[in-house]
Ligand binder design. Structure first.
Ligand SMILES: C[S@@+](CC[C@H](N)C(=O)[O-])C[C@H]1O[C@@H](n2cnc3c(N)ncnc32)[C@H](O)[C@@H]1O
Length: 290
């Protein structure tokens, strides 16, 4: 009997929790800051002397970061035609992405090809067709946790790069609170969507094993989780749901596990400033060269 692929792409309440998380975490602002600090030089190098530029986004969500990166690329190479392919299995987030493209001046002229499927099915489709479209810039932002097989995924997308191309992977840093939380409570948290947790250390180990050339850049971020310690706070409850990938933090774990997680979040994953508990949400940006 065929084994059905795990459903990791965001739909329904997961989309709502993710959007709530984005509003409270400042994650997109931190990523965009990183994009504007790190990418201009890299994009100039990638595009030098090229007569067209092809971009592939994998796990792009609602496209908030993609649209900004495409606008940046276009501003660097205004006379060069750009194409964008998007691999994203969430129909809700793809709809949001399309709506965002429609209202983002400048990028409406970029032809988009929407692959509404997960990365694994995209890989199968490309291999079955036999003719691979190759790309100058491929990015995977905050999505590498969900792919079935880390090594195969990196190998596959790296093989789609054109000469001088770059694969950009943004992933929670090994030093982040996420890594501490998910590695410490691996047994309790890695039970449904995620069966294994990956931070930048795991991705770097994989790149090194494959002998790939890469650079690592820090994208610092932290956010206020003080409300997570107030049992009556709706905001705290929703943040805990997203951070532990559970539907209801309060009902999903025993009182001992909940107390342990809260203690860890406060004392090992965060710093205390002006009475606020600030969770370390640092991201690592890995630029992998063709
Ligand atoms: C944390 S969100 C990040 C979205 C976007 N990159 C951003 O930073 O806003 C993870 C995204 O990966 C998508 N995803 C999950 N599993 C995937 C898979 N196996 N292949 C492709 N995308 C996947 C989800 O639907 C979701 O949009």
């Amino acid at each position: 009997m065929a084994v059905e692929a795990k459903q990791t792409c965001y739909e329904g309440s997961v989309v709502r929790n993710f959007q709530f998380y984005l509003e409270h975490s400042g994650e997109h602002s931190a990523i965009l800051q990183g994009v504007h600090n790190i990418l201009p030089g890299e994009l100039k190098r990638i595009g030098a002397g090229k007569s067209s530029l092809d971009v592939l986004g994998v796990g792009s969500g609602g496209g908030e970061v993609d649209t900004q990166m495409l606008a940046l690329l276009q501003s660097i190479f205004p006379a060069v035609p750009i194409t964008a392919d998007i691999v994203e299995g969430s129909s809700m987030l793809i709809d949001n992405f399309k709506a965002l493209v429609a209202k983002t001046p400048g990028i409406q002229k970029i032809p988009f090809t929407w692959h509404v499927m997960n990365s694994e099915n995209y890989g199968k489709e490309v291999k079955a067709k036999g003719c691979m479209k190759r790309f100058d810039f491929i990015h995977m932002i905050q999505m590498i946790y969900y792919v079935d097989n880390l090594a195969d995924t990196i190998k596959f997308y790296h093989s789609l790069l054109k000469d001088n191309g770059t694969l950009m992977i943004m992933v929670e840093a090994a030093s982040s609170g996420w890594n501490t939380l998910w590695k410490t409570y691996h047994k309790e948290l890695c039970i449904s969507t995620l069966t294994e947790y990956r931070s930048s250390a795991d991705v770097i180990a994989c790149l090194e094993k494959q002998g790939l050339k890469y650079e690592e850049h820090a994208v610092p971020n932290s956010f206020d989780i003080t409300e997570c310690f107030d049992p009556s706070s709706q905001t705290g409850a929703q943040l805990l749901d997203f951070m532990t990938a559970s539907e209801h933090f309060q009902q999903s774990f025993t009182p001992e596990i909940r107390a342990g997680i809260l203690d860890l979040l406060r004392n090992k994953c965060s710093t205390i400033k002006d009475g606020m508990v600030l969770f370390n949400s640092d991201i690592s940006c890995l630029l992998v060269h063709a």
